[in-house]
Design a protein around this ligand. Structure first.
Ligand SMILES: [Zn+2]
Length: 424
């Protein structure tokens, strides 16, 4: 439908000059294909992409383009094209916000005082429980739109602020709904083991028995769960408790991932790797043993510099050890109300470079191909290659380094999702 405004506040609108199933050739482009094993992000000067039925038929040098006499031609005027960005770790579905708590901390309040004033995760849980699915969608949309405006075409969304069965399911239904109302692929993670709610304080085992495990069975039965996540930390769940959740995930055939080694080293990444986890996320306190286990299992390290920045963490993830061991590195916003109220993957790239010394190539790969790998979606998206979904971002930049270098500037020209272009 021409003129349907899909991106509230961002002036995005679908460019529907061609109907579904159209064959389109996007020519006069400079491509960063991110093809595995290629040097320098798989760049192709004078490149072209041929798309049909929402999928990439060809991506490479314009000189090698197959016959396209029946295709709609789009001249990209020499612009850079990358795969659509992948934000592989977010918590964007939640009620309320924690601005007051942030303000109190700056004014010198202790964690105890904040907790007594109703702050902390409890406040997000209460606010989330109070909202309906429709309301959760409505409050998540501005956050999602901000990400889409930067060329994000795939996003992971976690539950974990419901902490009872109805509310965990409600969060997952809201996450699924986002995919219906915006041009984006949504991957859900069940994060019942995020925190223990007040009514189960000091009774983690009961909470897992009564809520986390039956909630997972129910959410899975309703087709709401693409992966199972947990928070393995002194303030959350032990490795033995997480193992109980992962055992059920394995028996249901659902892949796992884990918030691990964020504030201390409990061996969570090693545990996750032993379950063949897709990713271990945060990993600031990851040790050599954990690195080795992740390398052996092919578990991706998802670095979350927004959380590192927001909590003023000093311990950096072991980037050098990850590189040397050949562990894939992805980066994500960790967008959440408490420790990373961040809705910019471009800024995340800059933070990963500035705070963790990732290279430009690692940052761009981390927000595209490696994000796709961390979601188990690499055969579908994350690179510009024949056979994959036609998801890409078109940029008004002279060089790819500009995507990482600038702070608070968005050079997106347009994003293309499943072969359809959405103008900014
Ligand atoms: Zn997280």
């Amino acid at each position: 439908m021409k003129g349907v405004k899909l991106m509230r506040g961002n002036n995005f609108s679908e460019d529907s000059t061609a109907s579904d199933g159209a064959i389109r050739v996007w020519r006069n482009a400079r491509l960063a294909t991110l093809k595995e094993g290629s040097a320098r992000l798989g760049t192709v000067e004078k490149g072209a992409i041929l798309t049909k039925d929402g999928r990439i038929v060809f991506a490479g040098s314009e000189a090698d383009l197959p016959d396209v006499s029946n295709a709609d031609a789009i001249d990209l005027e020499g612009r850079w094209v990358t795969p659509g960005l992948v934000d592989c770790h977010t918590h964007i579905v939640y009620g309320g916000n924690r601005a007051r708590e942030f303000e109190m901390r700056l004014e010198g309040a202790s964690y105890e005082e904040i907790a007594r004033a109703g702050g902390g995760i409890v406040s997000s849980v209460n606010a989330t429980r109070a909202l309906s699915v429709d309301e959760l969608v409505a409050v998540a949309l501005p956050r999602l739109d901000t990400l889409l405006a930067e060329g994000v075409t795939t996003i992971e969304v976690k539950s974990g602020y419901g902490l009872n069965i109805p509310s965990e399911l409600k969060m997952l239904r809201a996450a699924r709904r986002l995919e219906e109302v915006r041009p984006v692929r949504v991957v859900t993670s069940y994060l019942g083991a995020h925190a223990t709610p007040a009514e189960y304080k000091g009774r983690n085992g009961d909470y897992i028995d009564d809520v986390v495990l039956p909630g997972l069975r129910q959410a899975h039965a309703e087709g709401l769960v693409d992966a199972v996540d947990g928070f393995c930390e002194g303030i959350a769940f032990s490795t033995a408790e997480i193992a109980r959740v992962f055992d059920l995930a394995r028996s249901l055939g659902i892949p796992v991932k884990l918030h691990a080694e964020q504030l201390s080293n409990l061996g969570g990444a090693k545990l996750a790797a032993s379950y063949g986890a897709l990713s271990a996320d945060h990993v600031e306190y990851l040790d050599e043993d954990g690195v080795k286990a992740m390398a052996a299992a092919g578990t991706v390290a998802v670095l979350l510099p927004g959380a590192f920045y927001a909590i003023n963490e000093k311990q950096k993830p072991p980037v050098k050890a990850l590189r040397e061991a050949g562990v894939s590195i992805a980066i994500a916003t960790d967008s959440n109300p408490g420790t990373s109220p961040l809705t910019s993957l471009l800024l995340t790239m800059n933070m990963a470079a500035t705070l963790f010394r990732l290279t430009v190539e690692e940052c761009i790969a981390g927000a595209t191909r490696e994000g796709g790998r961390a979601l188990g979606l690499l055969s579908e998206t994350g690179t510009l290659e024949a056979g994959k979904s036609a998801d890409f971002a078109i940029w008004d930049v002279e060089s790819l380094a500009e995507l990482v270098y600038r702070i608070g500037f968005n050079p997106l020209h347009a994003h293309v999702f499943k072969g359809k272009r959405f103008n900014r």
